[in-house]
Design a protein around this ligand. Sequence first.
Ligand code: SF4
Ligand code: SF4
Length: 394
Amino acid sequence: MQTQLADFIRETPEGREADAILRKCVHCGFCTATCPTYQVLGDDLDSPRGRIYLIKRALEGAPLSGKTRLHLDRCLTCRACETTCPSGVRYGRLVDIGRAVVEARTRRAPWDRLRRAVLAFGLPRRALFTAALRLGQLVGMAPETRRGGAWPAARHARKMLVLRGCVQPALAPSINSAAARVLDRAGVSLLEVPGAGCCGGIRFHLNDQEAGRDDMRALIDAWWPMVAGRETEAIVMTASGCGVTVKDYVHLLATDSTYRGKAERISELTADLCEVIRPEDLPQGKSQGRIAFHSPCTLQHGQQLRGKVEALLTRVGYELVPVRDAHLCCGSAGTYSLLQPQIAGELRARKLAALEEGAPRAIATANIGCLTHLQAATATPLRHWIELIDAALA
Ligand code: SF4
Ligand code: SF4
C-alpha cells in the first residue's frame, strides 16, 4: 500500500513503525473472513481492511471525526486478522498507534469520557475493585468470589514469579493457588510479589496509553529486586490478557531510556502458564469427563499459543469436545464488553452456542475476562484450565 504520512508523525518512531506496517498490506481482504466485528456488522469499515484504511488516512493528516473513532472503538483487538493475514501485517501494533492519534485529535462526548475515566481509575486499583465487587455481591449483582485453597510453602530450589494482577485476585484467587499447587508437584515454587498490580493493559487499551505505561513501570519496579537477584527462572501469567501485554513491554517501553533494558528482560522472562508445564510433568489420567476449551484471543492470536492447554487437559484425562469457529472472540476483550455491550453480547451468544454444542460438563478457558463474561450467560460451569487440572490431580 502506498503511503504519504503527514509531517506530525512521519519522522517519529511510531510513524516509521506504522508506515512499515501499512506498506505490507496489499488490501486483499483475506482478514475480513475471520474478523468478528465484520461478521456481526457487515460493514467494511468494521473489518481489519477498513480500519487499516481509516488509520492510514488519519496518519496522512485527513480530517477526523467521531465516526473514525467509532470504527476503531468497535475493534476488539482480538488480532484474529494477524493470524489470517498472508502478508504478516502487524495489525495490533498499527491499531495502537492509530488509536493514540485519533484519540488526541477528536473529542469524546462527556458521558463517554466519564465512563472511561471511571473504568481506568477503578479497575487497575485492586483495593478499590475488590470493595466495589463486595458491594455488588452484597446486592446480588456481581459474581461470587472463587476462594483460593491452600498455597504450598516455597520449598523448591526452582522458583517462578506469578503475576497477581488487579481484578483476578478479587474474582478468583483460586486460579493462582491452583497454579501454585500444580507447579509444586512439578518441583517449582510459585511466588507472588504483593506490590505487583495491574500489567497496564487496562489503561493502555482504554487509550490512556501513558497511564498504562506508568502501570507497566510500577510493575517492573515491584518485580525487579527478584529479577535482578536471579531469584526467579520465569514470570508466569495465569491470565492470557496480561501475558500478551507483559510480553510486549519490550516494544511498549522501547523509547523509554530508563526502562527499556528492564522491559526487555521482563518480556524475555514472561511465559504463559501453559508454556511452563509440560504434559510429561503431569500424571496420565482418564475419565475426567467431556469439557470444551475456549482459547482466548490473547492466547491463540496475541501469543500464538495453540494446542498446549489442550494437550495438558487431555494428559490428565479430560475429553475435549470439538468447538466450531474456535478462532472467534467471545466478546469480552478487556473493557470491551462494558463499552460495546451489544456487539459483545452477540459474540458471547454465538460463542456459547458453539462451545455447548458438544454438551460439555464444563468449559475451560485461560483468561479471567473471558471466564466471567461467558459465565454471566450460561449455567455450564466456567473454569480456568489450571483449576480443572488441579481438580484432576487432587
Ligand atoms: S491486513 Fe493482510 S489480509 Fe488484511 S487486507 Fe491487508 S494484506 Fe490482506
Ligand atoms: S483485531 Fe479482531 S476485531 Fe479488530 S480488526 Fe482484527 S479481527 Fe477485527
